[in-house]
Ligand binder design. Structure first.
Ligand SMILES: Nc1ncnc2c1ncn2[C@@H]1O[C@H](COP(=O)(O)OP(=O)(O)OP(=O)(O)O)[C@@H](O)[C@H]1O
Length: 304
């Protein structure tokens, strides 16, 4: 069993770091220090983004966050000309002399990647496989040659050198997820990829009990129920820690007892888990079947 560290940050927004998380973070920090980018991959809701942000914070450098999406392009990453600035000077100080000087210059705005690369920030590129692989190609030059090419821009210099303090942490969902592009092997080959799976019910319960201020037994009852339903789903899918957190928070706010025989608690579980579980099962009426499974799991629930 994993024992939680004695000193835990009570801030409900912060990460709860048990020994395994702590170990993972310190290993990852070591790899980053050695110059290798980290890539956390795994099912939705397993804490990849939280880990990436906690790791970035440990570097004690400014953090730049980019979210992958299919519309992200080089202009967002490198920068773009945003418009024109015009300057006009009319000098008529001596009445017989009229001098007019007019100039127009384009205004450039650095993209987020260029800013991070130039200044040595820690870049967290969340869900990077939601961006097109062609957009992500730029990372090959950054990671291999240590330069950011400024292609597609009218800037005079062809590239910018990567600041020695620059580091990047990627997160992604597995390839089977909807809306995700397959990553080019050449990029994956340059990353240290760490798989983040669902935690066991005990570790999840420890997180919930910290974040929602719920006693361990009740937290464990929720995470065990969610894990039981997750087992009905294929690997990498099904309800996650996020669903357990929702149940715990909403039950606390609505003063709903954490009790599997309570109809309000059953309704809450069906609302939160019904759709997700229904997507995992093959049935003519998947939602109805899922709701029956949830009620059954509620009846099996033990607060001990
Ligand atoms: N160690 C932890 N301590 C506290 N909260 C956590 C921890 N791990 C995950 N969480 C919480 O669980 C939820 C899901 O975490 P997060 O968004 O980091 O997962 P993810 O793997 O990035 O999900 P997705 O793939 O869907 O983006 C969040 O509400 C987050 O605050």
């Amino acid at each position: 069993m994993t024992v939680l560290k004695k000193e835990i940050n009570r801030n409900s927004k912060s990460m709860v770091q048990d020994e395994r998380t702590e170990d993972l973070l310190s290993r990852s920090l070591q790899y980053l220090k050695a110059g290798y980018p980290i890539h956390f991959t795994g099912p939705s809701g397993t804490g990849k983004t939280s880990l990436a942000l906690a790791l970035a914070k440990r570097r004690k450098k400014p953090v730049m966050l980019i979210h992958g999406n299919h519309e992200l392009n080089n202009k967002d990453l490198i920068g773009d000309f945003t418009g024109y600035t015009s300057k006009k000077v009319v000098d008529n100080y001596v009445r017989s002399v009229y001098k007019r000087d007019e100039s127009i210059t384009e205004t450039w705005r650095d993209g987020r990647l260029l800013e991070a690369v130039k200044n040595g920030y820690t870049l967290v590129y969340d869900e990077f496989t939601r961006s097109r692989p062609t957009t992500n190609n730029i990372f090959l030059s950054i990671l291999e040659e240590g330069i950011l090419p400024l292609y597609g821009t009218k800037l005079t210099e062809p590239f910018v050198r990567v600041h020695p303090d620059f580091a990047v942490i990627f997160t992604s969902n597995p390839d089977e997820y909807a809306g995700v592009y397959q990553t080019q092997d050449a990029l994956l080959d340059r990353l240290i990829t760490l798989y983040i799976d669902h935690k066991d019910s005990g570790r999840e319960a420890a997180i919930i009990s910290e974040k929602v201020d719920l006693d361990k037994k009740r937290a464990m009852a929720i995470t065990t129920l969610v894990a039981e339903l997750r087992r009905e789903c294929k690997a990498d899918s099904g309800p996650s820690l996020r669903a357990s957190l929702m149940i715990a928070k909403l039950a606390a706010e609505g003063e709903i007892p954490i009790d599997g025989s309570d109809s309000a608690f059953q309704r809450l579980c069906m609302d939160i888990l019904g759709h997700q579980v229904s997507r995992c099962i093959e049935s003519d009426q998947p939602l109805e079947t899922a709701e029956k499974m949830i009620i059954k799991a509620c009846h099996n629930m033990k607060v001990t």
